[in-house]
Structure formats: C-alpha cells, structure tokens
Design a protein around this ligand. Structure first.
Ligand SMILES: *[C@@H]1O[C@H](CO)[C@@H](O)[C@H](O)[C@H]1NC(C)=O
Length: 273
C-alpha cells in the first residue's frame, strides 16, 4: 500500500509539480543572499578555484569612478584594489586563474596573490573580455585584441562599435550598442545582425561556453543553432551575472549578491490538497 502510494505520488509529481523558487533555464532554484550592501555593481566574475567573487562597482558620486572589489565565499574576506584608478571592466582567464582589469590607465592582471600587475597596454580601456585571447575596446568603442604580439584591430568589428561584449569559444560574439544587442561570428567576415532592441543590463558566459544577456524583461541565452535568443528566466533588473562551477547563477540585484541554489523542494499541488 505504501509502495503504491509512493509510486502514485511519483507519477503525479512529474505531471503536476509545484515548485517554490526562481525558474532559471528549466530548473527551479532557491535564492540565497550571499552579501548585501554591494552598491552600484556593474560586472561580476567568479573565480571557482579560490571561491572568490570579483565585482566592478561605481565609487564616484557625480562622475563615474570604477573600483574592483572581491569577496571570498569561504572566508567572507572582502577588499578592493585601491591601486587601480577608474576601472571600467573585468574578465577572467580560467586556465591561468587570472583576472583582467581594464581601467583608464590601461590593463592590469590579478593572480592568486591578489596583487594587481600592470600589463604593457597603456591606453584607456572601455571594456574587455577574455576567451582564449583578450578582447578590448578603446574609448571610441573600437575593438582590438591584445597578446604577446601586441595590439591588433578585430577585423570583423571594423565597421562597428561596442559598449560591452562577450565571446564564446566558437567566435560567436554578442555586443551591445546603445539599446541594441547584436551578434557577429568572428573570423567569417560576415556582418553583424541585430538580435533585439531591449535594454541589456548584463552579458555573461558560463563554463559550458553559453552566452547570456540579462535585460529589463528577463534573461536570455544565445542559441547558436537558431541564431536567436531563448528566454530562460523572468529575473530582471539584474545588474551583473556570473555562474559557479555547478552552473548555479550568481547575480546582483539592488545591492544584493544572490546565488541560486539547486535543487529546491517541489510539492505536488493537486492530488493531496
Ligand atoms: C572614469 O572613466 C570614465 C570613462 O570610462 C570617465 O567618463 C570618467 O569621467 C572617469 N572618472 C574620473 C573621475 O576620471
């Protein structure tokens, strides 16, 4: 009897589940507040090796003045890099365990000892992103790459300017220009196309190389087979988005650093009540 009851419950729970939680990419999660008081955050990066969150935030009052802070999820130790003046963007090189920081003075890198090291790129950086190579935009929003051979223009982006961008391992790039979100495939010389006109609040990439765009009306993932965006969550007003090694989203909303924890308990809602 008990077994029958369990079986029945199982069958029903698959068809009429009611889960309390936040839906993100077909899964329900429980939101957990990791930290509050994070004002005016613009970007987040997660270092899964050390369990550190790096965040870019605005310290300025009248004018923008960017700072980069960090927060360790294990030790709760927090701090910021006061030696970096007016930071504009952050990204991570997972293999080298290195955080790149773009600033008004050029490029810095932060390694395991959390000491910023100046790299030989001295022009002001507007935005940067690392995926195999470091991509950055200058103050006129033109895009370049930087490596040991120096600085080179990104040919495919010659006719475009970008405010912010992300790139996957196949050379798919999402970039914003004003309120518009574009997609371009690097290395193909084919033009960019507009995906959507929608205020994008954050771009991100997970460890499975998927590209995300958070906007005022939800979070979208780029579907490289359909060349389009799929909506995966109603979460909105997200200022910055990243993921941990279990693919759990970590984001900033208002002044809260939130992690979505999986799984949540789902209750069957039509049979027993
Ligand atoms: C910081 O850099 C931004 C450009 O990204 C600029 O608009 C702003 O005025 C700078 N702030 C200061 C205090 O220099």
């Amino acid at each position: 009897m008990k077994l029958l009851f369990l079986l029945l419950a199982c069958i029903i729970s698959t068809s009429a589940n009611k889960c309390n939680g936040v839906l993100f990419d077909q899964r329900y999660y429980e939101p957990q507040i990791l930290k509050d008081g994070l004002n005016r955050v613009r970007q987040l990066v997660f270092n899964r090796k050390d369990n550190d969150i790096y965040f870019l935030y605005n310290q300025g009052v009248l004018n923008y003045y960017g700072s980069v802070g960090y927060y360790n999820l294990n030790t709760k130790l927090a701090g910021f890099f006061k030696e970096i003046r007016n930071a504009t963007s952050i990204s991570i090189d997972e293999k080298r365990n290195r955080i790149y920081i773009g600033s008004i003075d050029g490029l810095y890198a932060v390694g395991e000892r959390r000491i910023p090291e100046k790299f030989p790129l001295y022009e002001p950086i507007q935005h940067l992103f690392f995926n195999n190579i470091l991509y950055f935009t200058n103050m006129r929003n033109k895009m370049f790459t930087f490596d040991t051979d120096g600085v080179r223009i990104v040919e495919d982006m010659k006719d475009y300017t970008a405010d912010s961008f992300v790139v996957d391992g196949d050379g798919n790039m999402l970039f914003t220009n004003g309120k518009k979100l574009f997609k371009i495939k690097l290395g193909t010389r084919s033009p960019a196309f507009e995906l959507v006109t929608r205020t994008v609040t954050a771009l991100s990439k997970d460890i499975e190389d998927r590209l995300f765009a958070a906007s005022l009306d939800g979070i979208f993932v780029y579907n490289k087979y359909k060349f389009a965006l799929d909506k995966i969550s109603n979460l909105h007003e997200i200022k910055a988005l990243t993921f941990n090694n279990m693919l759990e989203p970590i984001y900033v909303v208002f002044d809260l650093l939130v992690k979505l924890k999986n799984p949540v308990n789902c209750v069957e809602d039509t049979f027993f009540v």
